[in-house]
Ligand binder design. Structure first.
Ligand SMILES: NC(=O)c1ccc[n+]([C@@H]2O[C@H](COP(=O)([O-])OP(=O)(O)OC[C@H]3O[C@@H](n4cnc5c(N)ncnc54)[C@H](O)[C@@H]3O)[C@@H](O)[C@H]2O)c1
Length: 367
């Protein structure tokens, strides 16, 4: 275990969108320090390293894993690679922070959890909504009884589509917006409800706007039933114009709360000229836009990374692990099965021989 006075030495795998968020977020904390980055495209890892003053840059993450000075890696590579990289990192004795969604299949999720357990390393599941201050506040109030018996939790994330092409390639991503962002909503409802057992899911999804991009769906709805009859409701979109929208609603017998992550933390802005700051996922800053200040903090990324570093130092107990990611994975698979079959899918659901979740939408199993 890293001693109380030392920082946890971290290597980032990947160098683009989420890697930048990890590097910036870890730099805001006290317990972690990024010492290396690995990414296959020549020059990209070095660019991130230069931007954040990171000591070493590699093109092959396996070379980085051989560095005994590294305690933990964060995986910000496409979804298809999460399992193999986790297995390699566990074999090298590194703690792992794996970005969402955990994997492509339940078989992969189980392998990842088992490999980390056998190696005696943590497998953290990077779900920042467990750390988003506004959502944490909603949960604190719910846990104190502010809303009485909570019977419905809604989470929704929408924008006009991902920043990188690989998200549209279902061989690399495993699915469209439900895989990419539905995984946040599933995790959120599960966590918000105190990890109550999900019992069934009903989903509807399709490609409504980006019909030229690939096979991934661009709008999805899902209803999750949890033990005791509580409902989780998700809606996610890659087709919604106007920048990012991320919100939560909680309904109970004695009250309700609405948490709009962006609007309450943004400056409603109109500009004929546009301005330099890139509002996340907004195609332009001319016209109406909603720039968020202290965006990483409002999302909870620095708090999340600090928590993982503290866990490695033995100063905290993990709040988000591979087991949470596995619960999400099962519901992702069951959600695609529901969308493909037009029926509610009861859990446990463990389809055999599925390569990626979206396959179940195009070829649902006969249950
Ligand atoms: N938590 C969140 O809110 C959030 C937001 C965005 C992305 N993500 C997740 O982060 C992961 C990365 O997404 P992104 O948006 O950063 O994608 P990206 O396209 O911006 O970056 C992907 C990176 O992976 C690298 N990569 C590809 N093959 C690799 C390999 N063999 N070894 C090492 N690196 C490799 C690429 O070179 C690139 O640097 C995805 O799993 C995504 O779902 C999470």
């Amino acid at each position: 275990m890293t001693s109380a006075s030392e920082t946890v030495k971290i290597g980032i795998i990947g160098s683009q969108f989420e890697a930048d968020i990890h590097a910036a977020s870890i730099a805001m904390g006290r317990h972690g320090e990024v010492v290396a980055v690995a990414s296959p495209t020549p020059g990209n890892a070095q660019e991130l390293a230069d931007r954040y003053g990171i000591a070493r840059a590699y093109t092959d993450y396996r070379e980085m894993l051989a560095d005994p000075a590294i305690d933990m890696v964060t995986i910000t590579a496409p979804n298809r690679l999460h399992c193999q990289i986790t297995l390699d990192a566990a074999a090298a004795g590194k703690h792992v922070v794996c970005e969402k969604p955990l994997a492509m299949t339940l078989e992969e999720a189980d392998l990842m959890i088992a490999a980390c357990e056998q190696a005696g390393v943590h497998l953290f599941y990077a779900e920042e909504l467990f750390f988003t201050p506004k959502y944490v506040k909603a949960k604190e109030m719910a846990d104190q009884g502010a809303f009485g018996d909570v019977y419905l939790v809604k989470q929704s994330e929408m924008h006009f589509g991902p920043h990188a092409d690989w998200f549209w390639d279902v061989e690399q991503s495993g699915g469209g917006v439900f895989m990419d962002m539905g995984c946040h909503g599933i995790a959120f409802c599960y966590w918000f409800l105190g990890r109550r057992r999900p019992t069934a899911i009903t989903a509807q999804m399709g490609t409504y706007v980006h019909t030229d991009k690939g096979r991934g769906e661009d709008h999805s709805f899902a209803i999750i039933e949890f033990e005791g009859g509580v409902i989780g409701h998700l809606e996610d979109s890659w087709a919604r114009r106007g920048g990012m929208d991320d919100r939560v609603e909680v309904y109970g017998s004695e009250g309700v709360t609405y948490a709009n992550l962006h609007m309450g933390n943004a400056l409603p802005t109109y500009s004929e000229n546009g301005y330099g700051y890139a509002v996340e996922k907004a195609p332009s800053t001319s016209g109406w836009s909603y720039p968020v200040y202290e965006e990483l903090w409002n999302y909870g990324f620095p708090q999340e990374m600090e928590h993982f570093a503290k866990c490695v130092k033995g100063l905290a107990t993990p709040d988000s692990t591979g087991r949470d990611g596995r619960v999400v994975q099962e519901l992702l698979l069951a959600g695609y099965q529901s969308a493909g079959s037009g029926r509610k899918v009861e859990l446990p659901f463990r389809p055999e021989g599925v390569v990626k979740p979206i396959d179940l939408m195009f070829s649902p199993l006969a249950l």
